[in-house]
Design a protein around this ligand. Sequence first.
Ligand code: HEC
Length: 124
Amino acid sequence: MKPGFFSHFIYKNKILLAMIVAGIISSIFFSCAGTIPSPTEIDVQRAKLRWPGTRIQDLNDGRTFYINRCSGCHSLHSPKRFTEQQWKKIFPEMKTRAHLKEDDSKLVYRYLLTLAKDSSNTKQ
Ligand code: HEC
């Protein structure tokens, strides 16, 4: 066995280990955030019909608040999992539970309704 073999072996395995750890961390991260869709320009156009002046930043902020504030007690549901009517029923109670500030809660609500299951069929 060459003298440098063993340290080379450890060195290579450190890289392998780092890759495995990175893989695990990213899969945990993406399994949480991955099901929560990011808004697109089409969503912005749809949101503007109801909330004139909506920018993509507003929907992105709503999404961020949703991920940060609504995941404490249960795993997050995709906004697409419920219809607009369902969200309208669910949201008021959850907003209280999450202790959202009024402004933040409006952004979350706007995000959820804009990306709700049936929202693309909703005129106005
Ligand atoms: C303090 C804990 C808590 C927080 C924070 C919380 N929830 Fe909930 N949520 C619950 C509990 C408990 C249930 C299940 C029982 C129920 O429906 O009351 C639930 C259920 C739900 C459901 C499923 C309802 C259904 O009919 O299947 C949705 C959707 C939901 N929450 C959305 C949200 C949103 C959006 C937020 C952030 C604004 C949020 N939750 C924050 C406790 C919480």
